[in-house]
Design a protein around this ligand. Structure first.
Ligand SMILES: Cc1cc2nc3c(=O)[nH]c(=O)nc-3n(C[C@H](O)[C@H](O)[C@H](O)COP(=O)(O)OP(=O)(O)OC[C@H]3O[C@@H](n4cnc5c(N)ncnc54)[C@H](O)[C@@H]3O)c2cc1C
Length: 291
């Protein structure tokens, strides 16, 4: 298992923002994950499990304790007929592509979503009318004692960008069993290419970001409300509300967590004043108060 001390978290988030964590552990097997949990608990400081860091805003002064990172490790993948078994660290775009190669349909929506299958289950990631809960059958988890257990999809309590795993509540996702439909490789790949092209046209993929900042309020789009208040192009330090997609805040070079939080607050206040809608963050803050 790789161990890094005083490791800058900006290196492990797609936003390229965040101060150092005391210890970063990168377990490569389930046994190493259990060992990492024990090691983290022995410090008596909090610990936090992350995947690809593609939905995370990490505080400028970093995190005390341990981050256990499963992105780039725990990457075993098995396909049997229409069932896929994927360890938590498998990148979601890799999983989607493997499914297509095996003529399996159901993950077309996921081709361009960064991060890991573990993170996607936590967030119930989705796009283009699909979400990961559509294909999840079971999730193998580990609790903070290292004990393994299995949850059914129903027990995962999936909802819009939500599941029982959010809030670092003691469930660590180890692997996921997915049930897909039979399809045709060419058709699946064509749909994925269409989705990716639409994503590249709409999103500021040339800048570091964490995807959408806010969830869509019922019956509306957060981006529409942000555009309505004229927030496109608002700048705070190195952070900017994207001109291309108003629900994205991009890092133009030296953005800090503080810059992003100030923009988020400014947008929320202006949207509330103008429309009465309270926007809710989709991104997750990782700091001393929210370990
Ligand atoms: C350019 C861009 C586009 C995006 N587009 C979309 C989109 O279309 N749709 C969408 O839904 N999201 C989108 N996102 C957001 C993000 O990619 C998803 O939320 C993704 O599923 C997060 O996965 P991750 O592995 O990076 O999770 P992380 O950001 O590392 O973590 C997210 C949460 O999951 C927890 N977590 C991660 N792994 C585990 C685990 N194994 N066990 C327990 N908890 C865990 C973390 O503690 C944290 O609470 C986008 C992001 C970017 C940068």
């Amino acid at each position: 298992m790789k161990t890094k001390k005083n490791e800058p978290m900006w290196k492990h988030t797609t936003w390229r923002i965040g101060g150092p964590v005391d210890t970063l552990l990168q377990p490569e097997s389930v046994a190493e994950l259990q060992q990492a949990i024990q090691q983290a608990k022995d410090t008596a400081l909090p610990f936090y499990v992350i995947g690809g860091g593609s939905n995370l805003l990490v505080a400028d002064d970093g995190i005390r304790g341990t981050v256990i990172q499963l992105g780039g490790s725990l990457c075993q993948l098995n396909i049997e007929n229409q069932t896929i078994y994927a360890e938590a660290g498998v990148p979601l775009p890799v999983l989607a592509r493997k499914a297509a190669e095996h003529n399996l349909s159901g993950l077309e929506f996921a081709a361009g979503i960064p991060g890991t299958i573990g993170g996607a289950v936590v967030m119930n990631a989705g796009a283009y009318q699909g979400q990961i809960s559509d294909v999840v059958e079971q999730v193998v988890c580990c609790d903070k004692t290292g004990q393994l257990f299995t949850l059914t999809a129903e027990e995962c309590q999936f909802a819009y960008r939500n599941s029982r795993f959010k809030k670092n509540n003691g469930y660590i996702i180890v692997s996921v069993k997915l049930q897909l439909n039979k399809g045709k490789k060419e058709e699946i790949l064509t749909q994925m290419q269409k989705n990716t092209a639409a994503r590249n046209a709409k999103q500021p993929v040339e800048y570091p970001s964490a995807g959408s900042i806010f969830k869509n309020p019922p019956g509306d789009a957060a981006g529409r409300l942000i555009e309505l208040i004229g927030a496109k192009g608002w700048v705070q330090g190195g952070a900017m509300v994207s001109e291309k997609h108003s629900n994205f805040i991009v890092n133009t070079g030296k953005a800090t967590c503080e810059d992003v939080l100030l923009l988020v607050e400014r947008i929320k206040q202006a949207v509330k004043e103008r429309t009465g809608v309270s926007l809710e963050e989709e991104i997750l803050l990782l700091d001393k108060e929210n370990p």
